[in-house]
Ligand binder design. Structure first.
Ligand SMILES: [Zn+2]
Length: 93
């Protein structure tokens, strides 16, 4: 338990709206440039995007990474095919 607590203290996870691929704007008001602290602000995100972010945040929180050139940063998107809001997620110290 103590290890998990320490890891959680060190790693701050930031989510940023970086793009929109769909034709319509997000019905939850997500716009490019918005940022969220995963621990504090995820309740303000589109609920579906926050749900998807959970998987990525869990990987980062517990010491995993995504490989490639920026192993502690990746992108994901909301599953709404009309809006397809793209988010980046990364560890910031
Ligand atoms: Zn959404």
């Amino acid at each position: 338990m103590q290890i998990i607590k320490e890891v959680g203290k060190i790693k701050k996870i930031k989510i940023t709206v970086v793009d929109r691929l769909g034709k319509k704007g997000c019905h939850r008001g997500m716009k490019v440039g918005m940022t969220f602290d995963y621990e504090k602000d995820r309740g303000l995100m589109c609920p579906m995007a926050a749900h998807i972010a959970f998987v990525y945040a869990d990987i980062l929180k517990y010491g995993g990474n995504f490989g490639g050139e920026t192993p502690y940063k990746t992108r994901f998107c909301c599953s709404d095919p009309d809006t397809v809001i793209v988010y980046s997620i990364e560890i910031v110290e």
